[in-house]
Structure formats: C-alpha cells, structure tokens
Design a protein. Structure first.
Length: 318
C-alpha cells in the first residue's frame, strides 16, 4: 500500500484528488439545481431542500477545494498572481478564470433565487443595506439569462477537472480525450448523490417529494453513461498499443489500485446501487435509510474514482 501512494513518477498526490472531487460535486449540484428549478420547482425553488443544500454545498466545496489547491502549491502565497495575470496557454490560468466567473454567477443566481428571504432579513435586521434589495430586483430581470449561463459554466467546470489531468502529456492514461467527459458525468453523479443526501439529512426534505424523484430519475442514466465512459477509456487504451496498453494493464490488471477500481469504483459506486435498485421493493427504495445509503455509496465511488484516475494514471510514463 505504501508503494501505491509513493512511486517515482508521482507528481500530483491525494490533495489533488480531493480537490477534483469537491469541484465535481459543486459543478454537478449546480447543474442539477438549475435544471430542477426550471423543469419542476419554478417560483417555489427557494423552499426546496435540494436547492437549499446546493446553496450551501456548491460554493463551499469550491472554496474548500481551492484552499486545498493553494496550500498544496510550492509557493501558496503567490497564488493571487494567477487571479490577475492570465495566460491563454496555461490550463491552470484558464481554470482560475473559469472559477472566478463561475463563483460570481453562482452567487448572483443564488441571491436572485433567495431574494425574498434576503429581503426579509435586510428589512428586519440590516435596514442600512436596503439598497441590496434594489440590486436584486434589477438582477431578477436577468434570471432567464443567468440560468443557461450557470449551466454552461457548471458543465465547463466539471469538464475542466478532466482537462487539467489530460494536460499531463507524459502519462498516456491521463492524456486521454475521454477523461473530461468522464469527470463531467461522474461529477453530476456525485452532485446528485450530495444533493439528495444533504437535502434529506439537513433540510428534512421528504423522500417522496418531486425534487428527490427528479434527481433519482436523472441519476440512473448518468451512472450508466459513466460506466460506458469507463469502458471506452480502457478499451481505447488497450487498442492504443504501446505504453497506453501498458498503462491500462498496470491500472486494472492487479495490485492495490486495481482493487480500488473493481471493488470501490465499479462495485461499491456503480453496480451495487444498480443491483439494489433492481432487487429492493418500492417501499424500501422510498425509505430514508435506503436513500442515504445509496447516496453515500455513490459519493464514495466517485471519490475513489478520482483517487484511482490520479494515482493509477501516473504509474505509467510514455
């Protein structure tokens, strides 16, 4: 196990895996929340537990993820240079630009969504800041533009985590065009799991509510497509020959990370929830314990996928 986490070709280690996981959760939750608001909830969205969970977890996970990344850098106190000086040829620089735009639009969208609650708090306790209500009233007119923009930025952010790894050209498993799409859909999968888990536990969202039903309906095809993308990733590596084939065999052909992939990512994160969905009765599936268990397994599976891709992908050099 020690050699699985420490080997000569390792450049990025476990904090990067957690960073990639948190960013994927934020992007996935935001994507689902916007679609849920437009298709199901409408004007009552701010009262829903899934939306409330997104309002907390989506920005918080980005903040925590970026904090981990900043302090993991060699010179963390100079990170602010990236926030001012942009380079179109740097994946990291483009990512920082995307983070800034994403966070600004997310905060504005959430403020518009919860404008009634914000106005009530300002009128009761912070009357000196009444001008904020006027700004929010103006932003309401932009809501139809904000929502598609928010989906675009969330999708771009989810895919960016894959592009960040695929920029490591010396690693054949990571330098793969399937990776951004895989990270996008696994991020949506983790976002769905997090939305259901936190809405039920924190905000007491009923398990039979329309929003929970919608997220479940969306989650199954996303997980199946995630499984297809994993298949496409390794089939492409096997038929790529040379070091690509070597990287695939090293990753899933045996050893610590192979066990993480087969038992953790595929078994715990994908197949077991699908099997449980097929064999369990509707009464069991609509119980709080079942939903929390399945959501927890989904989150664990995506987190293990990030660790697997990061570490197994760096074991073989071109």
């Amino acid at each position: 196990m020690s050699s699985a986490f420490h080997f000569e070709s390792l450049v990025w280690d476990w904090p990067i895996a957690i960073y990639l996981f948190l960013i994927g959760v934020s992007a996935g939750m935001t994507t689902i929340a916007v679609i849920l608001k437009r298709r199901v909830l409408g004007g009552e969205a701010s009262r829903d537990g899934v939306i409330k969970a997104t309002a907390i977890i989506a920005p918080l996970s980005v903040i925590v993820g970026l904090t981990i990344l900043i302090f993991h850098l060699t010179r963390p106190w100079t990170f602010w240079y990236l926030m001012i000086f942009y380079s179109p040829t740097s994946v990291m620089s483009l990512g920082v630009m995307l983070f800034q735009i994403y966070m600004m639009v997310l905060i504005v969208w959430l403020a518009v969504l919860f404008r009634s609650e914000i106005a009530s708090v300002i009128d009761q306790r912070f009357k000196a800041f009444g001008w904020i209500n006027g700004i929010l009233s103006t932003c309401v007119r932009l809501e139809k533009v904000l929502e598609p923009l928010m989906i675009f930025l969330a999708v771009a952010l989810g895919a960016y985590t894959g592009f960040l790894l695929s920029a490591l050209k010396t690693y054949p498993m990571l330098n793969n065009p399937v990776l951004p799409v895989l990270f996008l859909f696994s991020g949506i999968s983790s976002g769905a799991a997090a939305a259901v888990l936190f809405s039920i536990t924190w905000f007491k969202q009923p398990v039979n509510s329309p929003s929970i039903h919608f997220v479940h309906q969306l989650e199954k095809p996303v997980v199946l497509f995630e499984l297809f993308l994993l298949l496409a990733l390794f089939v492409g590596l096997f038929f790529g020959g040379g070091q690509k084939e070597v990287s695939a065999i090293a990753a899933i052909g045996g050893g610590f990370w192979s066990n993480i992939f087969w038992f953790g990512v595929i078994g715990l994160g994908i197949l077991l929830p699908l099997v449980m969905n097929m064999v369990c009765s509707q009464r069991v599936q609509h119980s709080k314990g079942y939903i929390i268990t399945v959501s927890g397994m989904g989150l664990c599976g995506v987190l293990l996928l990030r660790f697997f891709i990061l570490y197994a992908g760096q074991m073989t050099v071109a």
